[in-house]
Design a protein around this ligand. Structure first.
Ligand code: FES
Length: 162
C-alpha cells in the first residue's frame, strides 16, 4: 500500500482507495451509508480527511467478521462527536459483537450438520427440512397454518333445503 505523506491532510478517493485497499465503489457505498464522509472541492471532487483511513479500516475489519453495515454505522455514530474509533473503541465494540458472532457461528454449525441430510434431497420441505425452516419453533408445537387468520363466514341460512 502506498504511503501518504504526513503533510497531506486530505485524500482523494483514489488515494483513500489505494491506501485502505477498499475499492472506490466501496468507498462511495460507505459514504452513501454514512460510514465515512467527505467534503467537496469547488470542482465537486471528494476530499477525505486522514481520519477516514482509520474509519475505513474499522469498517472493513468489522465486515470481515460478519458485522452488518447497519450495526457498524450505529457503533460509529455512538462515538463522541462522531470521532474516529480508537484502539479502545475497537476493543470494546468487538467484545460486544463477540456474543453475536458466537451465536451466528453456532447457528451455522447446526445448519452445516443438517446439510448432510439435504444433500441429494432437494425437497426443501417446511415441515421436515431443517435448512428450509431452521428455527421452526412454532412448528414444533403446532402443525398447520394456524397463524393465518381463519376465514369465518357469517352464518347464513341454507335456503336450498326445505
Ligand atoms: S432438502 Fe430435503 S431435507 Fe433438506
Amino acid at each position: 500500500m502506498p504511503q501518504i505523506p504526513e503533510k497531506i491532510h486530505e485524500l482523494t478517493v483514489g488515494q483513500l482507495s489505494a491506501r485502505s485497499g477498499a475499492a472506490v465503489s466501496a468507498l462511495h457505498f460507505y459514504e452513501s451509508k454514512g460510514l465515512i464522509s467527505s467534503r467537496r472541492t469547488s470542482g465537486n471532487q471528494r476530499r477525505y480527511s486522514r481520519d477516514a483511513l482509520r474509519r475505513v479500516a474499522f469498517v472493513r475489519a468489522a465486515q470481515r467478521v460478519g458485522i452488518p453495515l447497519a450495526t457498524i454505522r450505529d457503533a460509529l455514530a455512538e462515538l463522541p462527536e462522531e470521532r474516529t474509533p480508537t484502539r479502545e473503541d475497537w476493543a470494546r465494540l468487538s467484545e460486544t459483537w463477540r456474543a453475536e458472532l458466537d451465536e451466528r457461528i453456532d447457528q451455522l454449525s447446526r445448519l452445516r450438520d443438517h446439510l448432510t441430510d439435504c444433500i441429494g434431497c432437494g425437497c426443501l420441505s417446511l415441515k421436515t427440512c431443517v435448512l428450509s425452516n431452521p428455527d421452526d419453533v412454532i412448528g414444533e408445537r403446532i402443525a398447520g397454518s394456524r397463524l393465518m387468520p381463519e376465514r369465518r363466514r357469517p352464518a347464513t341460512p341454507d335456503t336450498t333445503r326445505p
